[in-house]
Design a protein around this ligand. Structure first.
Ligand code: PLP
Length: 498
């Protein structure tokens, strides 16, 4: 059976993470080539005329023409004047032939290299986690992505030049695995003043990201096969980091105020740590009230547990003052505070940090020294100046104002165009809004329909463990202008109610 090109399938392919960053004609060419190689476009199938495909994809005809030319050059498409473009009839046998040749070239007795073959149990756990794919282009409605287009690169560049001049060859050598002292000092001051923390520079460990912090926590605090508690629903990156260390993730429910601390007291799994996002629970956006923060600390102190506090976007709190972090309330040194510059500055920076209990600093620093040594010195010292000269606080203030307006624009657009489809959970801060689908709407179907219109909707249900799952999406708005929010929401609504 010759199957025709399914436009929805092609559109989904065009959004594949490994095609992002390529020119549009290259993405179309690669997506079509993949469909041919997989047999979804079999031998003899006629491709749509360039004009027709260009119209369906909403791109210029030349773009499709360029893709077809390349496919023809590589032998994936035959083009006949007057009759159109076809997948060659011979392609099936060529593909089978290539597979056969690969088979013959293999050493006798060796099996085909399967993903996962030859890996350790831990290696397989890492492979099975699926990894974390980051958004590499600005698009609706990417979650956790800040505004990068207005970042003061001029100031950054000037400070970096100063650092190179002032520290000369020193920054070209290896640095302290715990992090450059000037930056640790700035981070400690910032946390104490702005986040209500109680830390000294000796407790700060400079890292590349929150994810690196979570990976280290899993490696250092949880044995393989042992449990770790985490909020349900919760951040998929944390779950993957824990599962990669072969930890058993035990879900703890949340309500509209955040993690249910009563469930922690009732837990009998024997877990030594709990992962929480108290400022803005991921994904519901709930802020944990003071009474529960104190209960959490009390539980950890009484039972000798660790609290992993992921404070990933607490700077962006719009209704009233942000709540002080759990670390600052904890007199018992049970909290490992985790922060990132990926949201407050820009994600490509790859800088984050931990504020650790005194007793854990040494072990975590050693682990970092084994992992990758340290964060680049030039970046650390440039950031220290950026913070010391007041640019950091000014940038965060400006972004807070911008995102507060964007949250309103996003809520207004949801109300205007998607009011019949979802109920948004109004967050008090953060960079995304959880939207619960109304009865009669399917998460899988809406995600598929949106993908057909080139909108990738992050589903909510995958963030839940166990039987009970909410259906909906998580809409990121921080990286989009108010105009972009408006047009993208309208575009999405049209794709859903065709
Ligand atoms: C809850 C939470 N923690 C951490 C991160 C990731 O931070 P990083 O890029 O520094 O690993 C994200 C990203 O969206 C997040 O949502």
């Amino acid at each position: 059976m010759k199957s025709a090109l399914e436009l929805d399938t092609l559109k989904m392919r065009l959004n594949d993470a490994d095609l992002q960053g390529l020119d549009l004609h290259q993405r179309i060419q690669r997506a079509l080539r993949a469909l041919i190689l997989e047999g979804a476009l079999g031998p003899g199938v006629k491709l749509p005329a360039t004009r027709v495909l260009a119209g369906s994809l909403g791109v210029a005809r030349d773009t499709v023409e360029n893709a077809y030319v390349q496919l023809q050059r590589d032998g994936f498409v035959l083009r006949r004047k007057g009759s159109g473009s076809y997948v060659p009839e011979t392609i099936g046998s060529e593909l089978r032939g290539a597979a056969h040749r690969r088979q013959r070239l293999r050493a006798p007795g060796r099996s085909e290299a399967q993903p996962g073959a030859g890996l350790s149990r831990r290696g397989r756990a890492i492979l099975d986690s699926g990894g974390v794919s980051d958004q590499t282009v600005i698009k609706a409605f990417a979650t956790g992505l800040p505004e990068t287009r207005t970042f003061p690169t001029g100031v950054w560049e000037r400070l970096q030049r100063q650092v190179l001049k002032d520290y000369r060859g020193q920054v070209l050598l290896h640095g302290d695995a715990q992090g450059a002292e000037p930056l640790r000092r700035e981070i400690a001051t910032y946390l104490n003043l702005e986040r209500g923390a109680k830390v000294s520079p000796e407790q700060i460990l400079v890292l590349s990201s929150t994810r690196q912090a979570l990976f280290l926590c899993a490696q250092l605090l949880v044995d393989a096969g042992k449990p770790i508690l985490m909020e349900n629903p919760g951040y998929f990156g944390a779950k993957k980091a824990f599962e990669s260390a072969e930890a058993r993730v035990v879900p703890i429910g949340v309500d509209s105020s955040g993690i249910l601390t009563d469930l922690l007291w009732a837990d009998r799994s024997g877990a030594s740590c709990v992962y929480v996002t108290p400022s803005h629970q991921y994904p519901t956006g709930a802020t944990l009230p003071l009474a529960r923060r104190l209960d959490l600390i009390n539980w950890a102190a009484r039972n000798g547990k660790w609290i992993l506090e992921d404070d990933y976007d607490s700077e962006f709190h719009y209704d009233g003052l942000p709540t002080a972090c759990v670390q600052g309330l904890d007199k018992h040194q049970r909290t490992l505070y985790i922060g990132t510059f990926g949201k407050t500055l820009y994600p490509g920076l790859r800088m984050g940090y931990m504020a650790l209990p005194h007793g854990l600093v040494h072990a975590f620093t050693r682990a970092r020294s084994i992992l990758d040594g340290h964060t680049p010195q030039i970046l650390q010292l440039t950031l220290a100046r950026f913070m010391g000269d007041g640019h950091y606080n000014a940038h965060v203030r400006a972004m807070r104002k911008l995102y507060a307006a964007r949250r309103e624009a996003m809520l207004a657009a949801i109300d205007r165009y998607l009011g019949e489809i979802v109920t948004p959970l109004r967050p008090r801060g953060g960079m995304q809004i959880a939207c619960i689908l109304k009865p009669g709407w399917s998460e899988a179907k809406t995600i598929r329909q949106a993908a057909g219109a080139a909108v990738q909707l992050p589903g909510l249900s995958r963030l839940y463990q166990g039987e009970h799952k909410e259906s909906g999406w998580l809409l990121g708005y921080a990286s989009l202008t108010e105009h972009e929010i408006e047009t993208a929401t309208l575009h999405l609504a049209r794709a859903l109610v065709k």
